[in-house]
Design a protein around this ligand. Sequence first.
Ligand code: BT5
Length: 242
Amino acid sequence: MVASLKIVHYRRLRSTNTTAYRLAQQSAPEWTVVVADAQTKGRGRGRKKWKSPRGGLWFSILLRPNLPSPKLPSLQFLAAVAARQALENETGLDIKLKWPNDLVLENAKLGGILIESQTLADSISFAILGIGLNINQSKAQLPPEAISLRLVSGKQHDLRLLLRAILDQMRSSYDDLDKPSKIMEDWWRNCVHRPLRVQVTVSKDTVTGVSRAIDEDGSLIIETDDREIRKVCEGSLRILDD
Ligand code: BT5
């Protein structure tokens, strides 16, 4: 049985992840969802900023998965698969996934996922799954390499309806958490760089080669130019044209 949904809506927040994290520390139940029309300090991985004006969908889901902490990435991949499927069902657009945490439309960034957690010993006490999707923004409201649904569909989309569709999809696939190989297969089937030449940068190190697969722990398997198999577990990926 999946617990019932509790959606808390704000007009403006610093970051839905920060608010959801605080609610989690105050013992809010699983499937509490924090949504904001706009964020003033939206964030990505590391110290990166996430541009979040009105018109996008910015939300965070509080979960208490029964998982050892090394398995946390499965949750992020499950969310990406569910969000992609729901958006495709609702819009008919061809939405793809890019390692490690992007949703992609027409080769530009449509959205991203930021997972944060609190762990106790080796298990997860709670996880905050932050999802940001560009929906109705104009070109001027987006960073240069980003895209919104509206820019491609030419239509204004109903944010509530899309949120509901994504949450329903996530809830119905949540039991897949027990089957990480299925999550990763679903993810890889919709991956935009399967199998293309890519470059992954992790701090000062770069790995270049063909992206061959995704491991159960969420790492990307790259076959380098000298035929070596490298496994990368974090970084920023660029698709190479050559
Ligand atoms: C991500 O980070 O892609 C995760 C973004 C998660 C945002 C959600 S919104 C709800 C929740 N609350 C938060 O505060 N965060 C989550 P990363 O892979 O590190 O990508 C960050 C990079 O994406 C930035 O450095 C920019 O280059 C780019 N970027 C910033 N805003 C963007 C936007 N609206 N659309 C596309 N790209 C953007």
